[in-house]
Write a protein that binds this ligand. Structure first.
Ligand code: MEV
Length: 306
């Protein structure tokens, strides 16, 4: 009886969400303390899924698993020589639809586990191409930043249609991530920003500003200037707010973080719910901000060292 495993992890975007869709750069961090694991074992009766959301045959999987279904079918068509009889188990600590890359993480861990199972070599290019099958069905027309970051061990400098580059990090600080508990759908948020960009010159300017702020952030990460980084995050938040994806719940959490000593706070990911991030220069301050956010209704918080 064969067993195979594939792993990935959560991600957060530090700066550049949405503007990345328009060709500007973005910076994202892997969050490897929040893992996603897929294991595969041989069974006798076709392909079966075992996840928190669905247990049963792949054939009868509900429509929200269509992206995963098409991805599994594509890989099996490529690699299997006969009928496939496997159970695919998903174990995830990544909350879904909160801007933490859960769907990209599923698709990367799944591809890795299937390639392991079929004992086939997997190139990075093949992995990203295959993940597009799932991400396009789930998210519309994603930039690819999520798949690049959930499969990376290091911070990512990302530009659409280019190979992800490294980021030099030379600062000591803490990022607090807080989950608003509200699901935000990436395709809905991306489409609503696109409508604004098509109609409103100031929205186009906001996208350009986000690009500029991202480039400045890259330079700031190389120096040890947390205060300036905080200012850049606050400015990015103003642009995202203008673009209409900051809902009252995330605005409230951002204000609480700022009142509790955050050096800069913004939403992260596609918005319309999801998570916020806040910046602190020491661990005691990070704990204080995380506590305040939980008291203000965040359903979960995480503290990451920069
Ligand atoms: C989603 O994590 C990030 C967005 O910029 C969409 C994308 O890049 O595809 C909102």
């Amino acid at each position: 009886k064969k067993e195979a495993i594939g792993k990935s992890h959560a991600k957060i975007i530090l700066i550049g969400e949405h503007s990345v869709v328009y060709g500007h750069p973005a910076i994202a961090f892997p969050i490897d303390s929040i893992p996603m694991t897929v294991t595969i074992s041989t069974i006798t009766n076709g392909i079966r899924i075992n996840s928190e959301f669905y247990k049963g045959s792949l054939k009868e999987a509900p429509v929200n698993l269509l992206g995963i279904k098409r991805l599994i079918e594509a890989v099996c068509k490529k690699l299997a020589t006969g009928p496939v009889n496997i159970q695919i188990n998903f174990t995830s600590e990544i909350p879904s639809e909160r801007g933490m890359g859960s769907s990209a993480a599923v698709s990367i861990a799944l591809i890795k586990s299937l390639y392991n199972y079929f004992e086939a070599p997997l190139t990075k290019q093949e992995m990203f191409e295959l993940s597009t099958i799932e991400e396009t069905i789930t998210h519309g027309n994603p930039s690819g930043i999520d798949t690049a970051t959930v499969s990376s061990e290091a911070p990512v400098w990302f530009i659409h249609k280019q190979a992800p580059g490294p980021i030099k990090m030379n600062l000591d600080g803490y990022l607090i991530i807080a989950d608003s508990g509200i699901r935000g759908q990436t395709d809905v948020a991306v489409n609503s920003v696109r409508q604004m960009v098509n109609q409103d010159q100031n929205a186009r300017a906001a996208i350009g500003n986000l690009g500029q702020l991202t480039t400045e952030t890259k330079a700031t990460l190389e120096k040890n200037d947390l205060n300036h980084l905080g200012t850049l995050l606050n400015h990015a938040q103003q642009q995202l707010d203008y673009l209409g994806i900051n809902i009252p719940r995330t605005e409230h959490l951002i204000q609480v973080a700022n009142r509790s000593g955050s050096l800069g706070s913004k939403l992260t990911g596609s918005g319309l719910g999801g998570c916020i991030i806040a910046l602190a220069d020491n661990h005691a301050s990070a704990l204080k901000i995380a506590n305040a956010l939980e008291n203000a209704g965040a359903v979960n918080t995480w503290i990451e060292t920069l």
